[in-house]
Design a binder for this molecule. Structure first.
Ligand SMILES: Cc1ncc(COP(=O)(O)O)c(C=O)c1O
Length: 436
């Protein structure tokens, strides 16, 4: 095994120090602070490769936390966006691009009768909750422990927070007054009895049940057989709206997201990230009856940047590119190959480890011997060992997220796989050597 090459962070560290003098935290999202050895500064991205300020060329499996499913600088996206830029940046009014993307989405995603556009996943989740409340006339909604639905106070609850018994709604950070999540009911995931109890405890009060269909934000835990169908069924029986937060799974597990992948039809789904390949675009889609609350004025959906023509052009180009036959099969196969190598490289060195998730988004857990079933199981994983593995990968030219999650995009091909597999072997070797 050759020794890992040094990894200089001099330029990134200097830029971070300079950044901190004017930009609070020095980074633009709190999630990016944790990037050991330092949050890296990037100069440019091309396909699946990033080029950082210290001159490294890094193979990217973060996809910018998910959106870059086609990688950076994809020619189809550049062509669509530059064409639209030359014809107008914003209208604050209707344009053909809205119809085109809405028609595209309703034709490729099963069970979407209508969509609305928004800019970020956080906003779109709020729009879905408002639709559900206006539709049902009820105040409360259920979310599951460990699930992330954006940074707004009513959903940033029991995410990366203490695991209490029984499960209670807890804020994730400072500045979240209790009254802002007083209508949020939190239950354990993969626990149908707990969900039924929530409905029994709050009769006629629950407007919606919000779930990540794959718990990508806490260890890529998979729903147990029948659980997601059970959520939909439970909502139907109790007159509530089932909402899949497909900000991660949408246009990733399949072209039709979790709906297609699992063959399920929740009332609403929320999309962002992969739907526009890195441009700020989000959407809510689902049953016509629920969107009638907008048509008949029971509630409103608004936003200066909603339906922005440039972002919508990026969205349409992305979905058309992803529609090419074999795209999702290749992504799943690539993900499976990475997981298999991570598992076999660990097993060969007697390092306990499991992976969980689905091909295009999966997580690596050191120290676990069975796949985590929910957020609480992920707390038992050895985060320090993953941090060491991540660092070793970085030295070998592979860039992954700090929380154990890997994103595979349509941009990852055979050369990337070969590079990644060699890096995984070498990094696992480094880890075995450095551990007593
Ligand atoms: C499942 C899920 N929902 C909502 C969001 C929030 O989306 P955004 O960061 O675009 O506001 C995220 C972001 O990671 C997410 O993973």
């Amino acid at each position: 095994m050759t020794a890992a090459p040094p990894f200089s962070i001099e330029a990134s560290t200097a830029l971070l120090e300079r950044s901190k003098r004017s930009l609070a935290m020095g980074v633009s999202s709190g999630m990016r602070k944790a990037g050991a050895p330092a949050p890296l500064f990037f100069e440019r991205g091309e396909g699946a490769w990033y080029f950082d300020a210290d001159g490294h060329r890094l193979l990217d499996y973060t996809l910018a936390w998910g959106p870059l499913i086609l990688g950076n600088a994809h020619p189809a996206v550049i062509a669509a966006v530059t064409d639209q830029l030359s014809r107008g940046f914003a209208f604050g009014a209707q344009h053909r691009g809205e119809i085109e993307l809405a028609e595209l989405m309703t034709s490729v995603v099963p069970g979407l009768d209508r969509v609305i556009f928004s800019n970020t996943g956080s906003e779109a989740v709020q729009a879905a909750l408002r639709l559900a409340r206006a539709f049902t006339g009820r105040p409360l909604f259920v979310k599951f422990e460990g699930h992330y639905h954006g940074w707004f106070n009513n959903v940033l609850v029991s995410y990366r927070s203490k695991a209490t018994d029984p499960v209670t709604a807890l804020p994730t950070c400072g500045g979240q007054p209790h009254h802002e999540f007083a209508d949020t009911v939190v239950v354990s995931w993969n626990d149908r009895a707990a969900l039924e109890r929530a409905f029994a405890d709050h009769p006629g009060q629950i407007a919606a049940v919000l779930t990540e269909p794959l718990l990508a934000n806490s260890g890529s835990c998979e729903a147990e057989p029948g659980f997601l169908a059970g959520v939909i069924d439970c909502c139907r029986r109790h007159g509530a709206v089932s909402v899949f937060d497909e900000v991660i799974t949408g246009f990733r597990l399949a072209l039709g997201g979790a709906r297609e992948h699992f063959g399920l039809a929740p009332d609403l789904s929320v999309y962002a990230k992969a739907m526009a390949a890195g441009f700020a675009l989000a959407a809510v889609g689902g049953r016509k009856e629920i969107f009638d609350v907008l048509d008949d004025g029971r509630t409103i959906h608004a936003g200066t940047y909603n339906g922005n023509p440039v972002n919508l052009a990026a969205g349409a180009a992305t979905i058309r590119t992803l529609s090419a036959p074999g795209t999702f099969e290749r992504m799943h196969a690539h993900g499976r190959a990475l997981r298999a190598r991570i598992e076999s490289a660990a097993a060969a060195r007697s390092i306990p480890l499991v992976t969980s998730g689905s091909g295009p988004v999966f997580s690596v857990h050191f120290g676990l011997t069975a796949k985590p079933r929910d957020y609480r199981d992920t707390l038992r994983a050895d985060a320090n060992r993953y941090a060491a593995f991540r660092l070793a990968l970085l030295h070998r030219g592979v860039y992954v997220l700090p929380d154990g999650r890997w994103y595979v995009g349509a941009v990852h091909g055979e050369p990337e796989l070969a590079h990644a597999l060699a890096a995984i072997d070498a990094a696992m070797g480094d880890l075995a050597e450095s551990t007593p």
